[in-house]
Design a protein around this ligand. Structure first.
Ligand code: ADP
Length: 464
């Protein structure tokens, strides 16, 4: 299929619309002229003939029974010039004055000129000179007859034709101006539309080859196109972010495994080469590193399980408040060691959920609250039972999370720089697992935080 540019398409369509409008206006105005103007002219001509008859009837002197033939002659010649050929009879039908007899040549010239002009311009009228007879009277006395011949149904003189021609010329001129205007406007409009679209194509092409840095910079005035440019920019931005994150996470992932492996192998190497004695303490630290790796691997396995789309949930009625209490109990020792205080409050909310999995999700969040709290800190867990949802809120007064990192913490292996310096031992998978479990239940997790003041994680679970 052949593709045309937007400019061509819009300009051609605009031109077509204008052409159609001009054509319709021309047809309408021509119909109006032939129906109204020409009808009007026909009526005028009929009136004019009556006027001539009336004028002539005044030229009869009733007393003497004589016609003022000089005036009749003058009027007859004037009428001939206007296209009316008159023939005046007395009451006995004797010809008194006949334009044709009087000046045959001029008369024929006149009639031919009118006939030719009308035949040429209005052949469809099929007109001809037709005589109309008037009975001339003065009061009640019949004084004669008058034949007035003129081109019927009507005729147009030079001026009339010039008027119609001028009108048509104006229409054509207006048409041309409108056409040029329309094409110009079409091109401007097409330009306005085409530019952002072309830029969108350019950006998406660049993105498809892995360059995410390109953005819309020009301002776009059209609302919809502005929306498009903003959406494209957002898409490019989030793809860029994802790409950076992906690279960072791949590095982190390798790092998480490499560090303990490197530690174990250097310890063992030193022991094998006899540099180090295989003391219990050294073997223990090898063992700890291996534990970290195996913990990481089992977390990854768990993540794989919960991220499986066909994750089977064994749902039973579970009271969230009780569940949270049992989770917190498992952290009693850790909290005591660091003198943390945990307060659980709120309503009982019984929901149909997979107890084991949800315990895991809450554990991961409470575990973070414990790990990232400073000594003597407070943790608050509040349960809310709403009409359609159950809500668990876990608040701590710990190190907090920077605004820019909030949306990243649910990504696998993501750990904030602050948490790294703490060496909590986490690999950045806990929240990913919690998020997957909550999502599998049709719920959501969100986080709010302020660096240095603490964080608040909110799990919202639908009922039923
Ligand atoms: P980790 O095992 O490292 O804790 P998570 O997936 O549970 O991994 O959390 C991801 C990152 O989010 C953590 O490394 C930490 O930087 C940050 N984070 C999560 N919970 C908290 C919290 N309560 N306070 C401060 N930072 C937190």
């Amino acid at each position: 299929m052949r593709h045309y540019s937007l400019r061509t398409m819009i300009a051609v369509r605009f031109a077509l619309i204008v052409l159609t409008v001009i054509l319709l206006i021309s047809i309408a105005s021509n119909i109006l002229i032939s129906m109204q103007f020409e009808k009007y002219v026909g009526e005028q001509q009929s009136k004019e003939a009556e006027e001539i008859a009336l004028n002539l009837s005044h030229q009869y002197d009733n007393a003497s029974g004589e016609w003022n033939l000089d005036y009749v002659h003058g009027l007859g010649m004037y009428a001939m010039n206007e296209g009316y050929i008159i023939k005046l009879y007395d009451r006995n039908e004797n010809i008194l004055w006949d334009a044709q007899n009087h000046d045959m040549t001029l008369c024929s010239q006149m009639m031919d000129a009118i006939s030719n002009r009308m035949q040429e311009n209005r052949p469809e009228l099929n007109g001809d000179f037709v005589a109309r007879r008037f009975d001339l009277r003065q009061g009640k006395t019949a004084i004669g007859f008058l034949d007035v011949s003129y081109y019927s149904p009507y005729y147009l003189n030079e001026n009339d034709f010039q008027f119609i021609e001028a009108l048509n010329r104006i229409l054509v001129a207006v048409g041309i101006v409108c056409l040029l205007g329309a094409v110009g406007m079409g091109l401007i409009l097409a330009n306005d539309i085409a530019k952002p679209i072309a830029k969108t194509v350019e950006i998406t092409e660049q993105i498809s080859v892995g360059d995410y840095s390109i953005r819309f910079k020009e301002g776009v005035r059209t609302k919809e196109l502005f929306g498009l440019s903003r959406a494209v920019n957002q898409m490019a931005e989030s793809l860029e972010e994802q790409e950076t994150l992906r690279k960072r996470l791949t590095t982190d992932e390798a790092h998480e495994l490499r560090t303990p492996l490197a530690n174990v192998s250097s310890y063992l190497e030193a022991i094998i080469e006899g540099v180090w004695e295989p003391t219990q303490e050294r073997l223990k630290s090898c063992y700890d590193e291996l534990e970290r790796i195996s913990k990481l691997v089992s977390e990854l396995e768990r993540l794989k399980q919960v991220e499986n789309e066909n994750l089977k949930l064994h749902k039973t009625d579970v009271d969230l408040l009780e569940l949270a209490r049992s989770v917190v109990q498992n952290f009693a020792r850790q909290m005591e060691d660091r003198n943390l205080h945990c307060d659980i409050s709120g309503e009982h909310a019984v929901l149909l959920i997979d107890r084991g999995r949800m315990q895991q999700a809450i554990t991961n969040i409470v575990s973070n609250a414990v790990n990232y709290s400073d000594e003597n800190g407070n943790i608050r867990i509040v349960m809310e039972n709403r009409k359609d949802v159950g809500i668990i809120r876990v608040e701590d007064e710990g190190i907090g999370i920077a605004e820019g990192e909030l949306k990243l913490i649910f990504e696998r292996f993501y750990r904030t720089d602050k948490s790294r310096s703490r060496r909590t031992g986490g690999a950045g998978i806990g929240l990913t697992i919690a998020n997957a479990i909550v999502r599998a239940h049709g719920g959501t997790i969100s986080a709010e935080s302020e660096v240095g003041h603490g964080s608040c994680f909110v799990i919202t679970l639908p009922k039923g």
